[in-house]
Ligand binder design. Structure first.
Ligand SMILES: [Zn+2]
Length: 449
């Protein structure tokens, strides 16, 4: 029992979170979060709308209209921020040719993801964090490439967030790399995200998290008059799509059906996001996406990366994928006048707090193990230091098996911790923590054999 050189820094009880939660903010991140501007976001959305349509199959050679002009504009913003980044940001459009597929691509078409890469400052840190929105838009007929498709909320909101994040973070120095990307081809079948995820696999990118933002700037439901700008949904898969056949036995044996990579990331973004953003609750939804619907995080999820989707609490289907028209006094169409830019600001802040915290954190601890050599009502965890960064110490997280969120957090500077709680009754995980309190994603222990 020698090492109670630990301190309970946070006791997050599900039932009494307000009375017991100690919030410690990294002042650098708090200052960055305060720079997210409602006006900037609104200006970006309005500019995106001004291109008429951003349909993936629309014109690429017009200077003012269509997908080509819109992605050139996003590139110009990224280049502007790059010029303020002391060389840390490189901006590009990753273009390729889509081959007609007889489905939602009916002719060969040039397509492009607009990317800004904020290079990490530590050459030994190869971790990558990705934040995405999709630039393309659509109306009722998914093949209609000429009608105005403002796509203010779907997904001008996510694209504007990505631009605003690049603007603010351009001047920051982080250990790890952040990629800001406006992907294309979402409405034609997640084509841009698929391309990027394939590239990441081929080039062996060390992606630790993908935050996908899609439809997150409107506060109301069309059916029920609900107005809610205080909750943001984060979707995360439960059982992993990637190699479930290989993982199923361990998941079953250790009871980890609620502790996959994406679910861990969702828990993390909730805790870190709510630490920095007032009057916003991140609501974890225990499924990969909305019922039978998809998004750009999915190609990453199916390739084994931790990826989640942010979306507003209530969608308004009068303003999504609609031809612009008025019927019986009801206006249809995805216009920015239907959005809530204060809500979009808060949702952008959630992304910023998480990206900055992740990119400042040490890498995840390695070889996190739980001792199982003898039967015991206590729990001993061991681990190794991460490859990247110099941790100040480690948090051991703990929760009851039926609880959605981590409930206790123990700090130690050692590579081992014994706790008087039974591994039969609790889940545990370990995070590395930087000097300024930025924690890595948690790692679930495996049995020490
Ligand atoms: Zn969308």
């Amino acid at each position: 029992m020698k090492k109670y050189a630990l301190q309970i820094v946070l006791l997050l009880s599900f039932y009494s979170s307000f009375s017991q939660q100690i919030i410690t903010r990294d002042p650098e991140i708090a200052a960055l979060v305060s720079q997210v501007s409602r006006d900037s976001l609104q200006a970006y959305v309005n500019k995106l709308v001004s291109f008429g349509t951003r349909h993936t199959m629309s014109v690429t050679n017009d200077k003012k209209k269509g997908i080509g002009a819109s992605r050139q504009w996003v590139l110009s913003k990224f280049q502007q921020f790059a010029s303020q980044s002391e060389g840390r940001i490189t901006a590009m459009i990753d273009t390729w040719t889509l081959k007609a597929d007889g489905k939602r691509v009916d002719k060969d078409q040039e397509i492009g993801n607009v990317m800004a890469t904020l290079k990490g400052t530590d050459p030994s840190d190869n971790r990558i964090f990705i934040v995405s929105g999709h630039i393309d838009s659509r109306v009722t007929d998914v093949m209609n490439r000429t009608a105005d498709a403002p796509g203010a909320n779907d997904d001008g909101s996510g694209t504007a967030a990505v631009i605003e994040l690049a603007r603010i973070l351009a001047k920051s120095k982080f250990s790890a790399t952040i990629i800001f990307v406006a992907v294309s081809g979402e409405e034609q079948g997640l084509l841009g995200a698929e391309h990027l995820a394939e590239k990441a696999v081929t080039e062996k990118w060390n992606i630790e998290a993908v935050l996908n933002n899609d439809i997150m700037g409107s506060n109301n439901s069309n059916e029920t008059n609900i107005i809610d700008n205080t909750r943001l949904r984060v979707f995360s898969e439960g059982l992993p799509a990637f190699e479930i056949d290989k993982k199923a036995a361990n998941i079953r044996q250790y009871g980890l059906e609620n502790d996959g990579k994406a679910r861990q990331l969702a828990r993390y973004v909730k805790e870190v996001g709510e630490r920095y953003v007032e009057n916003l609750e991140v609501v974890m939804v225990y499924r990969n996406d909305r019922f039978l619907r998809g998004g750009d995080h999915t190609p990453f999820v199916t390739k084994g990366f931790a990826a989640v989707r942010f979306s507003e609490m209530n969608e308004n289907f009068l303003h999504q994928h609609q031809d612009l028209r008025t019927e019986k006094g009801v206006e249809y169409g995805d216009f920015s006048k239907f959005m809530d830019f204060e809500y979009l600001r808060k949702n952008t802040c959630i992304n910023l707090a998480n990206l900055a915290n992740l990119a400042k954190s040490p890498g995840m601890p390695r070889e996190v193990l739980i001792e199982v050599s003898g039967l015991s009502n206590s729990t001993t965890l061991t681990w190794q230091a991460p490859e990247a960064g110099k941790p100040k110490g480690y948090y051991v997280l703990m929760r009851e098996t039926y609880q959605p969120f981590w409930q206790k957090k123990f700090f130690t500077t050692e590579l081992k911790l014994a706790l008087p709680y039974s591994k039969d009754n609790y889940f545990f995980a370990v995070q590395a923590v930087s000097e300024s309190g930025n924690e890595s994603l948690p790692v679930i222990p495996l049995p020490k054999r």
